[in-house]
Design a protein around this ligand. Sequence first.
Ligand SMILES: [Zn+2]
Length: 113
Amino acid sequence: MHELGITQSIVEIALRTATGQAATIIHSVTLEVGALAGVVPDALLFCYEACSKETLLEGSRLIIEEIPARARCRDCATDYPLVDLLTCCPACGSAASDLLCGEDLRIKEMEID
Ligand SMILES: [Zn+2]
């Protein structure tokens, strides 16, 4: 389950950010997860609770925003939503495309005091 390693990184980054801003309470951490990032949101939530125990993050809420993946067709330049990496262009049927977004996983914002 690689979500554990990912969650540990998220917790570390969040703690570093909070400490850098002299926060005493962290209410929530909002995470943007691309549809193709290859993580299961439920697993992240589960790991988050375990990883945040006995840290400044204990009791804070992890909010996950799922970002749909999009690609641009190399043949006709149409932008289209990507369900998986095998989705072809709906306009011309080409399989040649560039991924525009959907693989990212990043902390979007944190609510701290
Ligand atoms: Zn196309």
